[in-house]
Design a protein around this ligand. Structure first.
Ligand SMILES: Cc1cc2nc3c(=O)[nH]c(=O)nc-3n(C[C@H](O)[C@H](O)[C@H](O)COP(=O)(O)OP(=O)(O)OC[C@H]3O[C@@H](n4cnc5c(N)ncnc54)[C@H](O)[C@@H]3O)c2cc1C
Ligand code: FES
Length: 257
């Protein structure tokens, strides 16, 4: 897929929970290129002392508008979260390989997310819905205050929730949700913290369910040049930025442990 360097203008911002900001943007000129769910964007951060672009997932695309869900963890994300309507950001997009969306019917994919890892699942769900597949989201968090954008997910598909403290949905981890007792999804598509991703990949392996996971390794160039993002696979080292971030869990050594 061809990559573009474009300026995006902020059209809206919204605080989401205690640590995240939803950024709505549109190209300063022209139309957004075609983008697949699970792909990401490298955003230039014009803050002093921040030299590298920051990789951020495509959270949603509607018409010529693209949304990002940004969790503040350091200077780069703090700068992004401080943007206001009318500000512009330089972006390289779309990058990497996303989730598969061409599923034979009848398919019942389960989209599993935790933390800010839920970000790419909204656009994935939207694309699946447009293809006539109603997605089910299984979203997990420590406590209900850390669940992100539930209403937006409910507009696209069915939403199941787990919280570790039981403050919303079923108590426990996503892998303990009763959905796994009542149905067998044809495919699990997952993005979240590494321990969650590993647990989901293990469950999928034990049940014989196909599973795709999206990795969020630290990145620099985002283009396959610096090799700082590599992960070990059954076929040797692969760059997460160009050959991922979405991988079949069965090829990731880290997901086999
Ligand atoms: C493909 C991809 C998609 C991503 N999508 C999103 C998204 O949609 N929304 C979002 O908020 N974040 C996303 N991230 C993570 C985001 O890129 C980092 O949080 C960001 O680069 C941190 O920059 P910073 O300058 O704020 O923090 P830094 O000062 O660079 O780091 C602050 C702290 O965060 C940790 N950290 C930095 N990057 C990562 C990472 N990739 N994984 C785990 N810990 C990290 C550092 O170790 C450090 O402890 C994604 C990462 C990747 C690789
Ligand atoms: S970030 Fe440079 S090779 Fe992946």
């Amino acid at each position: 897929m061809k990559k573009y360097i474009i300026d995006l203008r902020v059209t809206g911002t919204e605080r989401v929970g205690a640590q995240c900001v939803l950024l709505r943007m549109e190209p300063v000129e022209g139309a957004l290129p075609e983008m697949a769910p699970g792909q990401f964007v490298q955003l230039r951060v014009d803050a002093q002392g921040v030299f590298l672009r920051r990789p951020i997932s495509i959270h949603d695309v509607r018409g010529n508008e693209i949304d990002f869900l940004v969790q503040v963890v350091g200077e780069g994300t703090q700068w992004l979260a401080s943007l206001t309507v009318g500000d512009t950001v330089n972006a390289v997009l779309p990058l990497g390989k996303g989730f598969s969306t061409h599923h034979p019917q009848p398919t019942t994919p389960l989209l599993v997310g935790g933390g800010v890892g839920v970000a790419p699942l909204l656009y994935l769900g939207r694309v699946l819905k447009e293809k006539g597949i109603r997605p089910t989201f299984l979203l997990g968090a420590r406590t209900k205050d850390l669940l992100l954008r539930l209403d937006a997910f409910r507009e696209v598909g069915e939403v199941l929730v787990t919280t570790e403290d039981g403050s919303m949905g079923e108590k426990g981890f996503v892998t303990q949700h009763s959905v796994f007792n009542s149905t067998t999804p044809s495919l699990i598509q997952c993005c979240g913290p590494t321990p969650m991703m590993k647990a989901v990949a293990k469950l999928a392996r034990e049940r014989g369910i196909d599973c795709e996971v999206s990795l969020e390794n630290r990145m620099a160039c985002g283009m396959g040049a610096c090799l700082c993002c590599v992960t070990e696979t059954t076929e040797g080292h692969k760059c997460v930025c160009t050959e991922g971030p979405v991988f079949d869990a069965s090829e990731l050594l880290m997901a086999k442990g």
